[in-house]
Design a protein around this ligand. Structure first.
Ligand code: CP3
Length: 348
């Protein structure tokens, strides 16, 4: 079995730097576009055999060191009672956003095996198919990011609606976030029980918060989820897009790995985080539009910057873009493996 991804999460010695790509199953791949001609995105998410197939395609094609469950962070919002439409052009649209106490009260805290059995079934199929191969990462949106979709009603520019709720009606905000936090805790625990070997919490939009607001309105909830699964020895990765102002607070949340976006040097981030936590990242997704030799030199640069980090998992700083040439993703994975290879010692 190739467990070097899990080893790197635990800051153990590895023979080379493991790599996977956020959104590795997606529209930049012809195989994905072909399957999407036949099925909607939501059908893929809810049909375990298809979701498993879509998860495994990039694994074979790219040679990555971890698989990530094919699903979406909004599947949980739907299970809580929000109606969602995945719109090709505008991204996801939530039809009944939470704006008052009665809509927050009407949300449920779903039992995952009952309300999203297809997610757990997909995980079980994948563990079976991946046996002897690479580990499977499960995931969830983190509380703030999930709340931002549930309150704003979709992707937002200034996040004015949720920020106003935070400032003007903190008790409603806290009621909602408490419910979301309980739902996520159950959701990730079930994923671990079903076989997920690591969990990534995506707090994609938390970077729009001032550090004090992150501390007061996002961190306590993320921390509660991490505390809840700490006992399981399953590594937890925390991702924020725009993490530069929040690193110290992210560490306080207690994850095993901090996943960095590309706007901060990995060496600088490691200096701030200290030597007791692993990092993931952090190539700019747009760097995959560079010519091959420049992609290689960007990879080498990040590997060099990671040399003082106690554990490093190579990744992009955010999801791979649909326009990315697939051969450049393959080249990146090969470059990470080639340039990070360490001489064999007895303990690796
Ligand atoms: O990483 C993977 O390969 C696993 C699958 C995965 C998807 N979404 C599939 C997806 C994961 C981990 C996510 C998480 C997710 N979803 C996040 C957090 C990570 C991030 O990218 O910031 C967020 C914010 C969402 C919400 C979401 N889902 C948006 C904003 C969109 C529309 C934008 C887009 O890229 O199309 C989606 C749809 C979505 N989720 C697609 C995929 C493959 C595209 C749907 C399609 O096939 O048309």
């Amino acid at each position: 079995m190739n467990d070097i991804f899990l080893k790197a999460c635990r800051k153990e010695k590895v023979p080379y730097t493991p790599v996977w790509i956020m959104r590795q199953a997606g529209r930049y791949m012809k195989e994905y576009r072909d399957i999407r001609e036949k099925y909607s995105f939501i059908t893929l998410c809810k049909t375990p055999d298809l979701a498993a197939e879509v998860t495994l395609t990039p694994v074979k094609k790219l040679g990555v060191d971890a698989a990530i469950l094919f699903s979406d962070i909004l599947i949980l919002a739907e299970a809580m009672g929000i109606e969602i439409a995945f719109n090709e052009k505008d991204g996801p649209l939530l039809k009944n956003p939470v704006r008052d106490k009665s809509s927050a009260d009407s949300l449920s805290i779903p039992d995952p095996e009952d309300k999203v059995p297809f997610v757990m079934e997909t995980i079980r199929i994948l563990r079976n198919k991946l046996e002897g191969g690479i580990p499977l990462i499960g995931f969830s949106g983190a509380p703030f990011t999930l709340a931002s979709y549930m309150v704003e009603g979709g992707t937002s520019r200034n996040f004015t609606i949720i920020k106003r709720m935070m400032y003007q009606n903190p008790s409603l905000y806290h009621t909602l976030l408490d419910k979301i936090t309980k739902s996520i805790s159950l959701y990730v625990s079930s994923q671990i029980k079903a076989g997920a070997q690591a969990i990534q919490l995506f707090d994609t939009w938390a970077g729009i918060l001032a550090p004090e607001d992150y501390r007061d309105f996002a961190l306590p909830y993320t921390k509660a989820i991490i505390e809840n699964i700490k006992g399981t020895s399953t590594p937890i990765i925390l991702y924020i897009n725009g993490c530069g102002g929040l690193l110290e607070f992210m560490k306080e949340a207690g994850p095993d790995v901090i996943s960095l976006d590309w706007r901060i040097g990995l060496d600088r981030a490691t200096q701030r985080l200290g030597k007791d936590i692993a990092v993931q990242g952090n190539l700019d997704p747009c760097a995959l539009f560079l010519p091959p030799e420049k992609i290689e030199s960007r990879v080498r640069d990040i590997l060099e910057k990671a040399k003082d980090s106690p554990g490093h998992i190579f990744n992009l700083g955010h999801g791979i873009l649909p326009e990315t040439p697939v051969e450049n993703a393959i080249l990146m994975v090969e470059a990470v493996h080639k340039f990070s290879k360490r001489p064999k010692t007895q303990d690796t």
